[in-house]
Design a protein around this ligand. Structure first.
Ligand code: B1M
Length: 223
């Protein structure tokens, strides 16, 4: 388990930070997001909660308003930049809580070809690292062959592929096929907003809906 630093004494204060973080992303205010993230950490707020209950909620809202036609691509970019700037502040604190001294397993993770969404994948990478996995993050818009090559080079125990677009989901199937063609023994995990448990089953992969469950799933698969 990733050690979670909780502020049991003043949970209502946590809620205030979550609202600040959410609003900063909704309003594309990077400085406000960084400031709120810094103060939240100083106040003992769990950085993972700050991510999930604050920043993520703001980004989801922006995505929904974009879908309804109320916002444009420029807003998605601004919200993503705001989120990233605050994640950069939370990241070291998440890594500080690193659980295991020994390596639990080697993971190769990336966002599939045709897809440049990497915020969620980056969070999964950080949390796997914090949990004690050796993570090789190969970035975004990654061709299928690179997943397989990097997994071979690093004797990966797990290969993880993120996809946020319905149009990039087929790349997850290509990776599944390439893993089996190469005869790799690595377990295959998929995730991302476009993906479901059912889709994962269809392509013979395991599914995690968020970063904490990706960590739990990885541990379970390597038991
Ligand atoms: Co884009 N985008 N976007 N976008 N974007 C979505 C995904 C969309 C749902 C918005 C919408 O319409 N409501 C929609 C996709 C629709 C669909 O296909 N069904 C969409 C679209 C259409 C597009 C473009 C096509 C827009 C255009 O150009 N016209 C374009 C595509 C570009 C491309 O990739 N080729 C595009 C571009 C962008 C930006 C570049 C502006 C920016 C991304 C910046 C970046 O990532 N560096 C962006 C953003 C920010 C979003 C939304 C608003 C937010 C995504 C995000 O980061 N969420 C998004 C709306 C939404 O998802 N509701 C949207 C926060 C993140 C923490 O969540 O990534 O889901 P998520 O990760 C979670 C879990 O899913 C899970 O754990 C994470 C943490 O809990 N998880 C895994 C993720 N990966 C995992 C891997 C695992 C396990 C779990 O194992 C390996």
């Amino acid at each position: 388990m990733v050690t979670r630093t909780r502020n049991h004494l003043m949970p209502e204060k946590d809620e205030a930070f979550f609202a600040e973080l959410e609003n900063a992303v909704k309003n594309f205010e990077a400085e406000a997001a960084q400031d709120a993230a810094t103060r939240a950490l100083q106040a003992g707020v769990d950085p993972i909660d700050a991510l999930e209950k604050g920043l993520n909620k703001g980004l989801k809202d922006v995505g929904q308003r974009y879908e309804k036609g109320e916002l444009f691509i420029v807003h998605l970019i601004a919200a993503a930049e705001t989120m990233k700037s605050a994640v950069a502040i939370l990241r070291p604190k998440i890594l500080e809580a690193k659980e295991a001294k020994e390596v639990l397993g080697r993971v190769v993770i990336g966002t599939v070809e045709g897809d440049i969404h990497d915020i969620g994948k980056n969070i999964v990478s950080v949390m796997l690292t914090a949990a004690g996995f050796e993570v090789h993050d190969i970035g975004k818009d990654v061709p299928t062959e690179r997943f397989v090559e990097t997994a071979k080079e690093n004797r990966a125990d797990i290969i993880g592929a993120s996809s946020l677009l319905t149009t990039s989901m087929p790349a997850q199937r290509h990776i599944a096929n390439a893993i089996s063609k190469a005869g790799l023994k690595a377990k295959y995990i998929v995730g991302g907003a476009a993906v479901s448990e059912q889709w994962a089953k269809e392509i013979n992969a395991s599914y995690a809906s968020d970063a904490p469950s990706a960590v739990q799933l990885s541990k379970r698969l390597l038991k």
